[in-house]
Design a protein around this ligand. Sequence first.
Ligand SMILES: *[C@@H]1O[C@H](CO)[C@@H](O)[C@H](O)[C@H]1NC(C)=O
Ligand SMILES: *[C@@H]1O[C@H](CO)[C@@H](O)[C@H](O)[C@H]1NC(C)=O
Length: 306
Amino acid sequence: MPFVNIKKQYLAFGMLVFVVLFLFNSRPAIQCQFTPEVSTYVPTIYGITPTYARLAQKADLTRLSQTLMLVKNFHWIVIEDSETKTSLVENLLKESTLKYTHLNVKTHKSKHSTVMDVNICVFKTETITTSWYCASGVEQRNVALNWLRGHLKDSDDKRGAVYFMDDDNTYSLKVFDEMRKIKKVGVWPVGIVGGMRVEMPLVTDGKVSGFNAVWKPFRPFPIDMAGFAINATLFLLHPEAKFSRKVQSGFQESEILKYVATKDDLEPLAENCTKVYVWHTRTQKPSILNPKKLKHPPLPDDHIEV
Ligand SMILES: *[C@@H]1O[C@H](CO)[C@@H](O)[C@H](O)[C@H]1NC(C)=O
Ligand SMILES: *[C@@H]1O[C@H](CO)[C@@H](O)[C@H](O)[C@H]1NC(C)=O
């Protein structure tokens, strides 16, 4: 059929024109693709978060995970203080769009560690000076650091920042922008902590010259866990760096920092430590009525995950 032949010729001609146009057009397009890759590089942030089962756990983790979903190039390492991984945490991580690693390790019980709640524990030690071995989160953070070392060894990109995050703190997205500037260890103020409105490094001429902490100011680094992040490569260079149960509460930060930095290495971020981008908030322990003691008990709700 001649009609079909004509159509094929048109088609062939059309394709030829398209190809020629494409070739001519593609030249300037190719010339434009010289944007240096360096400028678009965003170091990974490894957030290390120990967590333990309690009534407000899912609420706290939901709030935190949904903040973290807004952070670019973020890898969340969540370590449960439990014998096995729970489905609550597993499902929460799966349902988030986050890149994550889910680990678990049960805190060893020593006769000193009766309170598992790290927050209650730390604050009790303000008056009880004998409660050593109190801090939990030690084994969990160490397991995370070991995982991170293995991960970085196998990975082409060994760069990144490591941030130790409580599951109930409040984080501005700005704090993550700050920690991507880190060369060794970056520090910044933390709001509502240590009995103060703000605990912060003091900065003179762009260098850390001291700290304003009033709670145990004799600590080598009187700084909260939320107030610093460490260059990930340093954990490969210092394989011995870890947290210890043998230190007094409030000294965990100093314990880990002593392996990787001196005071002179600290880089003041958040506009020379004049801005608060993280708050050491704590979720109040909820009080729930005992249904057995109620005259008119409510319907059972055990089948609902809260
Ligand atoms: C961390 O330190 C290493 C080695 O000194 C360096 O190559 C890297 O650029 C630093 N920064 C980050 C974000 O990893
Ligand atoms: C921090 O302070 C130093 C020294 O005063 C100054 O040169 C630098 O620009 C300041 N940085 C910021 C981000 O404000």
